[in-house]
Ligand binder design. Structure first.
Ligand SMILES: Nc1ncnc2c1ncn2[C@@H]1O[C@H](COP(=O)(O)OP(=O)(O)O)[C@@H](O)[C@H]1O
Ligand SMILES: [Mg+2]
Length: 317
């Protein structure tokens, strides 16, 4: 285990940013922390990178305690935050060399590492330009590169691709995959399901400071009940009736997406259920634009998890 978090609590005034969080991350794997805005993702990353102290509980990286071995722990980790931490008034190369200096590397070594990082992140041409002339994507690449100067065993990335264009997102994903291929352990936070789906071996879903699910992408999907039958109605006016039909057939409350005029329910019998549903819709004179079986996406998992929580909350005064 590279990342161990046990019962971590963090409060800000009356806000419980982290509420008894326990999780594990394996060496050489990607652990994605998924959750909506305000879920507590950044707070957890800050605790694991020793920038913030937990109010209760403990956490270890590579066996080192975040509170007791903070100094030694810092030499194991790299961190790139949600907002670029690079200095605009320095060049890309100067930013990287400065970090080497902080880590007390000798000059020849940090120069070599800076050159390596610039090359790997395709910043060689821009290396000697001031960062204030860089695009958002270049800054983000430099920021992640900066986290690599110390060759960390564990890399923490807080929303590494938020605000990036699709091409640069893809570049960042490829860099992360390369690092992991070389044995680096990565913990990243994201609001994007596709990012987690692409990169993560393990996923932890946080909501209001609590872990509401922990597992592999496949495992989380399985827990959702597998395939879903999805019906898209032609006219929004019949959406409610379509939901009633599917709800009755499936014996469960359907998910309704009014924007896409979609109703869906879980199904285990696939095609047989599809035929039954098609017949019922015809009997009820409900016209459809589309009817089919769909494998769940991570989006569905997230919706199901956070949706269930929302209901629970309404149920408790
Ligand atoms: N320094 C702080 N002071 C007060 N409240 C904070 C502070 N940092 C975070 N919070 C609160 O803690 C909760 C979790 O925040 P955060 O960890 O930033 O969530 P996320 O990164 O998932 O969006 C939010 O309600 C946020 O407003
Ligand atoms: Mg955050």
């Amino acid at each position: 285990m590279m990342i161990e978090v046990d019962g971590v609590v963090k409060r800000f005034g009356s806000t419980r940013a982290l509420d008894n969080v326990t999780l594990r991350g394996d060496r050489g794997r990607v652990l994605a922390l998924l959750g909506p805005n305000g879920a507590g993702k950044t707070t957890l990353i800050r605790i694991l990178t020793t920038l913030l102290k937990p109010d209760a509980g403990c956490a270890r990286i590579g066996g080192l305690d975040v509170a007791e071995d903070a100094g030694r722990l810092r030499s194991l980790i790299g961190f790139a935050g949600q907002y670029a931490a690079v200095d605009e008034l320095l060049t890309g190369r100067e930013n990287l060399e400065l970090i080497g200096l902080w880590y007390h590397l000798d000059k020849a070594e940090y120069r070599r590492r800076a050159t390596d990082v610039l090359e790997r992140f395709t910043l060689t041409e821009a290396a000697d330009r001031l960062v204030k002339t860089y695009s958002g994507g270049m800054r983000r690449r430099l920021d992640i590169g900066a986290a690599l100067i110390a060759r960390p065993q564990v890399l923490f990335l807080d929303e590494p691709t938020t605000g990036l264009d699709p091409r640069t997102r893809n570049d960042v994903w490829e860099f992360i995959e390369e690092l992991v291929g070389e044995g680096t352990t990565v913990m990243l936070t994201t609001q994007y399901m596709d990012e987690a789906e692409r990169l993560a071996h393990e996923i932890v879903v946080l909501d209001s400071g609590a872990v509401i699910a922990h597992g592999t992408v496949a495992g989380l999907k399985d827990r959702l009940g597998g395939d879903r039958l999805e019906a898209r109605v032609r006219e929004a006016a019949v959406l409610g009736r379509a939901a009633a039909v599917l709800g009755e057939l499936a014996g469960t409350t359907p998910h309704v997406d009014p924007d896409r005029q979609l109703v869906s329910v879980p199904t285990k019998t696939g095609t047989a259920f599809l035929l039954t549903a098609a017949r019922r819709f015809e009997e009820e004179h409900i016209s459809l634009d589309d009817l089919g079986i769909r494998r769940p996406s991570l989006d569905d998992v997230f919706l199901a998890l956070t949706g269930a929580r929302a209901t629970d909350r309404e149920g408790t005064p």
